[in-house]
Design a protein around this ligand. Structure first.
Ligand SMILES: Nc1ncnc2c1ncn2[C@@H]1O[C@H](COP(=O)(O)OP(=O)(O)OP(=O)(O)O)[C@@H](O)[C@H]1O
Length: 492
C-alpha cells in the first residue's frame, strides 16, 4: 500500500517536472507564435478594411451600384473601428476578397491619391492653402479636424483633414501599431466625402472648393479638403431664435432630404444624422459630414428583415418583390429629421393659425406616414401661407395709429423675445396690420417703425419698435436719432 502511494507521488512529481520543463522550453515559443499569428491577423484585418473602404470610394467615384454581397455587409461597417477584432470579423461575415485580388496582396492595390476631375476653373489646391492667414480650430469629430482659414487674404474657407490626435487614428494605432495604414484607412473617409461633395450638387450641401495632397507627419499624400465655411449648428442657440428662422432650418433640411432621396447616385441615407453633421451658412442648413452617407438599400427576404430601430421607436418596412426594403434610406432620414429637428424646431411659438398644419407635419413624420415628397410639399405649403400673409387671421378693425414721418426714439426702445437685435425689439411682420397687432400685444409698445428690409422669405419686412407709426395719436417723438440706420447696417 505504502509502495503504491510512493509510486503515485513519484509519478506526480515526474509529471510536474516534465510539465514545468515543457512550459520553460515550449510556452515562450508558442506564445511568440501566437503573437505573430495575432499580429499578422491584425495586419490582414486592417488591410482588408483599407481595401473595402477603397473599393467603396471607387464605387462612389464611378457611381456603380453595389453588389448584393456588398449591400448586405455595408451598414455594419460604419464604425467597425469601434469593435474588437473578433466582433469585427463576425460583423463583416466571412467575406473574402476575390481570388484574383487576394493573390495581388492588399496593401499595394488601394491608391493613396484619388484625383477628382473637377471642372470648375476656380478649383483651389495646395498653392492656395500654403498662403493662409487667420487659421483657427473650428471643431473635430471621431476622425477629422476642421480649421477656418483665410485664403489669399480674401476668401474664408474650412480646411478638413484627418485628425492625428482623434479617436479613429488613436484606436486604430492601439490595435494595429501601424500609423501609415491607419492614416490611409481614415483618409478614405475624407476621400469619400470629397467625392460625394463633388457629385452631389445642392444648395443645402456644402460646396467643395478644392483639395490638396501633401506629405505630412512622415506620411506621403495626406489629404486636406477645402470647402465652404459654415458655423457649427448649436441646437441651444437655434431654440432661442425666431420661429421664422427655425422654420427655415427645417425647410432647408427637407429640401436636402428630397434631393438625397432622388440623387444622381440613388436614394442616399445619412447613417450619422446628429445635428453636428450640419452647419449653418447665411441662415441655411447645409450638410458637411458625408463620410457616413450610404446609397445601399438593405436586401430582404421578408418584411421582418426591414426592421429599423431607433431609441424610442421601431419600424418594419415592406420588403419589395425585388428583395429590397422599400424606401428605407428615405424613411431613415425622415425619422431622424423628425427626432432631431422637427419636434424641437417646428411647432414652438409658430403663428397660431399655422399650428394645426405644423402639428400634422410633426405627427406624420414621427409616424412615418409620409414619404419625403409629401413632406417637402407640406413644408412648401407652410412657406407659401407664411410669406403671402394668408396665415394672418382676419382681425377686427385695427385701432387708430398715426404716422410720424422720419422719426425714431432711442430711449423708448425696449427689448423683446425673440428679437433680431439684442438692444431693441426687432421683429418680422407681413405688413402694417400685423405690426399693429403685435404692438397691441406688447404693453411697452408706444410706436413702431417699418424698415424697408425683407427677411430670408423675400417678402416679409423687418419691424422695429421705435417710432414712425405711433399708437397714441398725440404721441410726439422727442428726438430724431440714427438708431434705425444703425440697425439697418447690422441687418445686412
Ligand atoms: N465647413 C465647415 N464649417 C464650419 N464647421 C465645420 C465645417 N465642417 C465641419 N465643421 C465642424 O467640424 C466638426 C467635425 O467635422 P466632421 O463632422 O466632418 O468630422 P467627423 O470626424 O466626421 O465627425 P463625426 O465624429 O461627427 O463623424 C463638425 O461637427 C462641425 O461642427
Amino acid at each position: 500500500m505504502r509502495r503504491r502511494k510512493l509510486a503515485v507521488a513519484a509519478g506526480f512529481c515526474l509529471s510536474f517536472f516534465l510539465g514545468s520543463l515543457f512550459n520553460v522550453l515550449f510556452i515562450p515559443a508558442v506564445f511568440e507564435q501566437q503573437q505573430q499569428q495575432q499580429s499578422s491577423e491584425g495586419r490582414s484585418d486592417l488591410a482588408r478594411q483599407i481595401r473595402e473602404r477603397y473599393q467603396e470610394v471607387l464605387r462612389y467615384q464611378e457611381h456603380q451600384a453595389p453588389t448584393a454581397r456588398q449591400r448586405l455587409v455595408r451598414p455594419l461597417e460604419r464604425r467597425l473601428m469601434d469593435l474588437a477584432p473578433q466582433q469585427r470579423a463576425a460583423a463583416a461575415g466571412s467575406e473574402q476578397p476575390p481570388k484574383a485580388e487576394r493573390s495581388k496582396g492588399f496593401s499595394s492595390s488601394p491608391q493613396a491619391k484619388i484625383e477628382l476631375s473637377l471642372q470648375q476653373p476656380q478649383l483651389l489646391g495646395c498653392r492656395d492653402i500654403h498662403n493662409v492667414t487667420h487659421v483657427h480650430y473650428l471643431g473635430s469629430g471621431y476622425t477629422k479636424a476642421v480649421y477656418k482659414a483665410v485664403l489669399n487674404r480674401s476668401l474664408a474657407v474650412a480646411l478638413k483633414s484627418v485628425d492625428f490626435g482623434g479617436h479613429d487614428i488613436e484606436n486604430c494605432v492601439k490595435l494595429y501599431a501601424a500609423l501609415g495604414d491607419c492614416y490611409r484607412l481614415a483618409s478614405y473617409k475624407i476621400v469619400k466625402e470629397m467625392i460625394l461633395l463633388q457629385r452631389l450638387q445642392h444648395d443645402n450641401i456644402l460646396q467643395l472648393y478644392g483639395y490638396c495632397y501633401q506629405d505630412s507627419n512622415d506620411i506621403p499624400d495626406t489629404l486636406t479638403t477645402i470647402t465652404e465655411l459654415g458655423s457649427p449648428l448649436e441646437m441651444i442657440q437655434l431654440l432661442q431664435t425666431s420661429w421664422e428662422d427655425r422654420f427655415r432650418i427645417c425647410l432647408s433640411l427637407v429640401r436636402l432630404l428630397h434631393y438625397l432621396a432622388h440623387s444622381p447616385l440613388g436614394s442616399m441615407t445619412l447613417l450619422d444624422f446628429r445635428p453636428r453633421q450640419f452647419v449653418i451658412v447665411d441662415g441655411e442648413l447645409k450638410v458637411t459630414d458625408l463620410d457616413d452617407a450610404s446609397i445601399e438599400e438593405a436586401s430582404c427576404a421578408s418584411n421582418s428583415d426591414c426592421y429599423m430601430e431607433f431609441p424610442a421607436r421601431n419600424f418594419t418596412l415592406p420588403c419589395s418583390v425585388e428583395g429590397r426594403c422599400q424606401s428605407m434610406n428615405e424613411k431613415r432620414n425622415l425619422y431622424n429629421a423628425y427626432r432631431f429637428f422637427f419636434t424641437y424646431l417646428l411647432p414652438h411659438s409658430a403663428p397660431s393659425s399655422l399650428r394645426p398644419l405644423l402639428d400634422m407635419i410633426v405627427n406624420a413624420t414621427g409616424e412615418l406616414h409620409w414619404g419625403i415628397d409629401e413632406t417637402v410639399a407640406q413644408l412648401e405649403r407652410v412657406l407659401h401661407l407664411y410669406k403671402s400673409g394668408l396665415y394672418l387671421l382676419n382681425t377686427t378693425r385695427t385701432p387708430k395709429y398715426r404716422e410720424v414721418l422720419e422719426a425714431a426714439i432711442l430711449e423708448e426702445n425696449y427689448r423683446c423675445w425673440p428679437s433680431y437685435h439684442h438692444k431693441g425689439c426687432l421683429l418680422s411682420v407681413f405688413d402694417v396690420s400685423e405690426a399693429i397687432e403685435v404692438c397691441e400685444s406688447h404693453s411697452q409698445c408706444q410706436a413702431f417703425v417699418l424698415i424697408n428690409q425683407t427677411t430670408w422669405t423675400g417678402e416679409r419686412c423687418h419691424w422695429v419698435i421705435a417710432a414712425a407709426i405711433a399708437k397714441n395719436p398725440s404721441y410726439q417723438p422727442e428726438k430724431e436719432v440714427d438708431f434705425l440706420k444703425g440697425l439697418m447696417s447690422i441687418l445686412r
